[in-house]
Design a protein around this ligand. Structure first.
Ligand code: FAD
Length: 812
């Protein structure tokens, strides 16, 4: 046929196969030749990790089509196991190598489409050639990994690189039963996310007990017949049976470069708006080309299937008629990391800064669907928008559920030039199982629009130090006292938002107020109150939740139950014995009586890292049962408890954060209406023990009980009286039928009874909440200034509020 076009396509998967199918639909008479180096075309690269994890069970599910079926449908001349080795743009020819026949031949073309993709980066690290170190790009790679797992039954894997593919592989290897360690050279995983959003991913991986190292790249692999030692740049050594190397991909641009085609600034093949290379007869698409970012307008490399497929379609149209422009991509992506889903679209803060695009940001955490419908989980959204019109520039979404649809809404919003005000107005589908009347997208719009209209002055987690640097900042936590006990910003003062209007006098007017709540909403309400009462205030965007996650420990290098790092920084994954464990702290609690040894233990463990141990020596026999109970309650591990002639040694390994235990709603409340010494001491001992176990403890002081928290309390007199009291304690006469043991050595015991002064100090420092009864204060003619600092004023309802979340309520 005289005007029959001969089109050669190099690369037969996402972009290439799409282009071939579209070409055929456009031109029934064209001669279309699809060249593919591998044995397969149009396979599901994106499904490869899930096949390894056996979530996709059948290998054949990975093939979208076969060469035979594709040929039958589209009449394409498919040449698999054939590599394009050279392009001659002048003669319009390609040199092809048939690996099955071991033969090289020349094929001419009228138009050439390059869709060669990108290949995994494999730097020349010592040991990297070991066959147990894999990369994942195609079916043969996947087969090799699967075969190795099935035959050799490895139990440990190291994944190098915390990007999309690395994390997908980590998840799937974990699913396949391996213990996975991730090593990432940068300070965060998932580079499309800004740090605070990546911190949510870190937190999730920590929760799932996945070991990962940040800011620690691979320096070499030492290979042995039975294992590999991955040596990190820090010198740490990780023993493993296999490695997935996924530090990124590089565009396969060598063929284009050798043909004299222009490369872009990022190393990808340069193309014009019509996907034409610097040669008018050669087009290029997919992972190999440099394209424009739709928000920043900067050149970038997108390695996603969606853009490759769209470009495949456009390029086919343009072979016939150069009219279809490819404007660029938002880089919209989504990935599941264990249970959490991470999505992003448009530009992140790092990209906007680099491109010098002005922006504002908002952070919101709102439920994926109506809170009252079972199973609501938070969706965290970071929204970036222009500071003038509020045009949406980018969004990052992290959560357990409902992330996909929010990311897609944001992507659509950016493509339609929508503003944050438009997001407020979006009429989105709602029924309790699926969303809320105020969808997280609407809420992100409300918050962003408030920032834009100056209805709130927001600061971000990274601004806290700057805002407070002159020391003149008053940090106000408007959450409930119970929430505050789980952690507060250092130096913050707690006034719950619902008490704020009545307690404005407690806030200095000559200082800037940094107000925060858990996620930002109550902080916003508080900001409105403060602003309208003349305070200079800022609200922390994303609240304490964001701040805590970002400022906390990110890496998880010591998580496996029995992992330990030796002095030479080697990570050993076996259960240590009490002799082997590195005791970080030795605490002498001899001579102290219950609850002081336990309080010393809980104070000591706060300063340890997970996996480190504390050894406590006590003389109180109660410690023998208290220490195991405390460890059980708080989720820490009692490695050993020994009785050595009246001295009790307990070695406890830190396995959990006390705050996690404290999250169990098992508060203890005490009404203290008496100032009798024995009752007072008993009350503080009980409250302090509750706190040492991570439980909420509240003391509600009424009537004479208020005397115990007066600033002018005479502790010397009390101590003297205490001695007399305890020395005078006698067992109840036998005739009454009661028996009291342990009080026969009053003289010695009395000397060891904790001083009331110390008990009160421990209670205050340990986070026991003190509430003074308003009515009793008035009756006794006392003022708040007469009481210890930090005492809250409240009524009976305040007490009931606390009592409702407690399982022990006592009247003393
Ligand atoms: P490819 O699809 O990689 O195809 C290129 C083909 O060209 C290859 O088969 C190669 O053998 C062949 N080739 C190269 N040079 C020559 C030559 N000289 N001669 C002959 N043949 C040649 N994207 C997403 O959007 N979502 C995901 O969840 C996702 N998951 C992924 C998971 C994995 C494990 C991998 C590897 C990729 C994933 N991707 C994902 C990325 C996505 O697969 C790519 O963006 C997309 O396939 C790119 O299409 P392409 O046509 O440019 O290249």
């Amino acid at each position: 046929m005289a005007d029959q076009k001969k089109i050669v396509i190099i690369g037969g998967v996402a972009g290439g196969a799409t282009a071939a199918a579209r070409l055929r639909r456009l031109d029934e008479h064209a001669r279309i030749i699809l060249i593919e180096r591998g044995a397969d075309i149009s396979f599901a690269n994106c499904g490869l990790p899930y096949y390894i994890g056996e979530i996709i069970e059948k290998r054949e599910s990975l093939f979208v089509t076969t060469p035979a079926a594709f040929n039958k449908r589209y009449n394409i001349d498919i040449r698999t196991k054939t590599e394009a080795r050279r392009i001659d743009p002048v003669k319009k020819e390609v040199e092809l190598y048939d690996s099955e026949k071991d033969a090289t031949y020349i094929e001419s073309y009228d138009k050439l489409i390059l869709s060669p993709g990108a290949s995994p980066i494999r730097p020349p690290i010592p040991g990297i050639e070991d066959p147990r170190i894999f990369t994942v790009r195609n079916i043969p790679d996947t087969d090799r990994i699967k075969k190795y797992i099935d035959e050799k039954k490895p139990t440990r894997a190291v994944v190098v690189g915390g990007g999309y593919i690395g994390l997908e592989m980590a998840e799937n290897l974990h699913h396949a039963g391996l213990r996975v360690t991730i090593c990432e050279k940068l300070e965060q995983v998932m580079m499309p996310l800004d740090f605070e959003m990546a911190a949510l991913v870190h937190q999730h991986m920590r929760m799932r007990n996945i070991e990962f190292h940040l800011k620690d790249g691979i320096s070499r692999f030492d290979t042995y017949p039975d294992h590999i030692e991955a040596v990190l740049e820090s010198g740490k050594v990780i023993h493993t049976d296999m490695v997935i190397f996924s530090i990124g991909v590089r565009p396969e641009a060598e063929l284009a470069k050798a043909a004299g085609l222009r490369l872009g600034e990022t190393g990808g093949i340069w193309v014009d708006d019509y996907l034409r290379t610097s040669d008018e007869h050669i087009y290029a698409i997919g992972d190999a080309v440099e394209i424009t970012h739709l928000v920043t307008k900067e050149k970038f490399l997108v390695r996603l299937a969606g853009p490759a497929n769209k470009q495949g379609r456009i390029v086919a149209d343009n072979i016939y008629d150069n009219k279809e422009k490819y404007e660029g991509s938002l880089g919209t992506g989504i990935v599941r990391v264990f249970d959490i889903v991470v999505g992003s679209t448009g530009a992140n803060e790092k990209m906007l800064k680099k491109a010098r695009v002005p922006y504002r940001a908002s952070l919101t955490h709102s439920p994926n669907h109506a809170g009252y419908y079972p199973g609501a989980v938070p969706v965290s959204i970071k929204l970036l928008f222009t500071p003038d019109e509020g045009k949406v520039l980018g969004a990052q979404v992290v959560g357990l559920d409902g992330v996909d649809k929010r990311v897609d809404v944001f992507a659509t919003a950016i493509m339609s030039d929508a503003t944050v005000a438009d997001l407020e107005e979006l009429d989105l589908a709602y029924a309790p199982p699926y969303g809320s009347a105020k969808d997280p997208v609407n809420i992100a719009g409300y918050v962003a629009h408030n920032i834009l209209k100056n209805h709130v002055e927001a600061v971000y987690w990274s601004d806290v130090d700057r805002v407070c640097e002159d020391g003149k900042c008053f940090i106000l936590d408007v959450r409930t006292p119970k929430e505050c006990e789980l952690g507060m910003i250092k130096g913050a003062v707690n006034i719950p938002v619902d008490e704020l209007r009545n307690r404005l006098a407690e806030i200095p007017r000559d200082r800037r107020v940094l107000v925060y709540c858990q996620v930002g909403l109550r902080g916003y309400v508080a900001w409105r109150i403060l602003k309208q009462h003349g305070f200079d205030a800022r609200n922390l965007s994303g609240g304490y939740k964001t701040y805590e996650i970002v400022t906390g420990k990110q890496e998880n290098d010591d998580v496996y139950e029995y992992d330990r790092i030796t002095v030479s920084d080697e990570i050993i994954k076996v259960k240590p014995t009490a002799e082997e464990v590195k005791v970080k702290l030795d605490v002498d609690a001899t001579g102290l009586q219950c609850p002081m040894p336990i309080i010393r233990l809980s104070e000591a463990i706060k300063d340890l890292k997970i996996g480190e141990a504390v050894k406590v020596t006590a003389s109180d026999p109660g410690f023998l049962s208290d220490a195991p109970a405390w460890a059980r309650q708080t989720g820490n591990e009692l490695l050993e408890i020994k009785d050595e002639g009246g001295l009790y040694h307990a070695t406890i390994v830190k396995r959990a954060y006390l705050t996690q235990a404290a999250m169990v709603p098992e508060g203890k409340t005490f009404i203290v209406s008496s100032d009798e010494i024995d009752k007072a001491i008993a009350t503080f001992m009980l409250a302090n023990t509750a706190r040492s176990m991570g439980k909420d403890a509240t003391l509600f002081f009424m009537f004479h009980g208020l005397n115990l928290i007066r600033k002018d309390l005479d502790f010397d007199a009390i101590h003297q009286a205490t001695g007399e009291l305890f020395r005078s304690l006698k067992p109840v006469p036998k005739s009454t039928g009661f028996k009291v043991s342990g009080l026969t050595k009053q003289e010695t015991s009395a000397a060891n009874v904790p001083r009331l002064e110390d008990l009160i100090k421990t209670a205050r420092e340990g986070g026991v909440t003190f509430i003074a009864c308003q009515m009793s204060l008035e009756l006794m003619g006392l003022k708040i200034d007469d009481l210890l600092d930090g005492v809250h004023i409240g009524g009976i309802s305040t007490y009931f509020d606390k009592a409702n979340s407690a399982n022990v309520n006592m009247f003393i």
